[in-house]
Design a protein around this ligand. Structure first.
Ligand code: G
Ligand code: MN
Length: 370
């Protein structure tokens, strides 16, 4: 079976030279992309066995691209090939994107070929549960799903205004939510898993403080699921209390008729939040086109605030923009008092993070003056 390799580098001369020389010494189909965005489009259209990405690209760091690949295409082996490798990049790439190798330029064609070959070999040796077995595991995991809730605090109100529902399982293999969603993706069962989660959340609504909102994550792919718009969506009955979070990490643009789907959710009474704003590369398009009620700043933004004037500028600017657009902001990942204080100075009132409470069973009340 022919293998497909995707080479990503913002320098066209590099991808051109690499694809030619690699094509001469290896039997693979070689695709190229010259930006992170282009790489995502190629991935969406083609199964890719190995991706080799540059790190420093204008629109997206290679390691961030590979984090996304890990999440969305976990079977694609990931390699970084960079001329400017440093320790922080390598740590990020290894820990977050779980890359197979970190290579530095210049890299001989033979070495690159050997590395790709060994990546393909390593993948084939990985224990792959048969689909049937994976399906059974997913069923078991779904049966043991429970919902954790993490408060979202209003500093001004001095209390939680809502809770984000986060999926958890007791399953021995699919214990991590990322593994659960990864399995659902491989098996094409994402919408089913999401509907199941919505049902679990619906079962808990009665226990939430009466005036609080419930924030629920929805995989963009689930927007294609017709039952989301019917009574099969267990939260439809309490839609006024529910904010649906859609991540900015995946490219929302790739969902057909996404605006109509969001409109349909609104017509049912749901509100919309853009999740992980500032994490990725999809720019601000979704903020402007989806007109959400809430924007959630990614934890990386929050966590870099105390040390980075640039990030403070970005958050200040986002705050102004969001206020202008009439939407409320929520900062995620608040772990320290310094981060909380920096956010408050920038006018961000709604905060969420370990500083206040970890996601946990039930709806806890929190004192924000921690
Ligand atoms: O992508 P999304 O924003 O839905 O991610 C929520 C995830 O972030 C959950 O898995 C949750 O457990 C985690 N989380 C919540 N608060 C914090 C925090 O303060 N720090 C970090 N590192 N993770 C957090
Ligand atoms: Mn979220």
């Amino acid at each position: 079976m022919s293998r497909t390799i995707l080479l990503v580098d913002d320098d066209r001369r590099v991808t051109r030279a690499m694809s030619v020389t690699l094509g001469e010494v290896a039997p693979w189909e070689i695709l190229v992309a010259n930006s992170g965005r282009e790489a995502l489009a190629v991935l969406a259209a083609n199964p890719v066995d190995v991706i080799v990405s540059d790190e420093g690209m204008p629109d997206m760091r290679g390691s961030d691209l590979l984090c996304h690949v890990r999440r969305e295409y976990p079977d694609t082996m990931r390699i970084i090939l960079t001329g400017k490798g440093n320790l922080a990049t390598a740590i990020h790439a290894v820990n977050e994107a779980a890359i197979y190798r970190f290579l530095t330029k210049p890299c001989r064609t033979d070495d690159l070929r050997d590395t790709i070959e060994s990546a393909l070999q390593a993948r084939s040796e990985r224990p792959q549960p048969a689909d049937a077995e994976a399906g059974v595991q997913l069923d078991e995991a779904l049966a043991s799903v429970w919902m954790a809730f993490q408060p979202i605090i209003s500093m001004q109100a001095g209390r939680a205004i809502g809770y984000e529902a986060l999926v958890r399982t007791h399953h021995p293999v699919l214990s991590d939510p990322m593994l659960l969603l990864g399995a659902a993706e491989r098996l094409g069962r994402v919408p089913e898993v999401d509907l199941h989660i919505l049902e679990r959340v619906a079962g808990e609504v009665a226990g939430a403080p009466p005036d609080s909102l419930l924030f629920v994550n929805l995989h963009p792919r689930s927007l294609d699921e017709p039952s989301l718009y019917t009574a099969k969506n267990s939260l439809a009955a309490v839609a006024e209390r529910v904010v649906i979070e859609i991540t900015e990490r995946a490219s929302i643009d790739s969902i057909p008729d996404v605006l109509d789907k969001i409109k349909a959710l609104r017509a049912l009474g749901f509100r919309i939040a853009i999740d992980d704003l500032g994490a990725g590369y999809s720019g601000l398009t979704s903020l402007l086109s989806l007109k959400p009620e809430f924007a959630k700043f990614d934890k990386e933004l929050t966590q870099r605030l105390p040390d980075s004037p640039t990030h403070r500028k970005l958050v200040r600017w986002l705050e102004v923009l969001c206020r202008d657009l009439g939407l409320r902001t929520i900062a995620e990942g608040v772990e320290t008092r310094e981060q909380r204080d920096a956010l408050m100075v920038l006018g961000c009132d709604h905060l969420q993070g370990y500083l206040f409470a970890r996601p946990q069973n039930g709806f806890i009340a929190v004192d924000p003056r921690i």
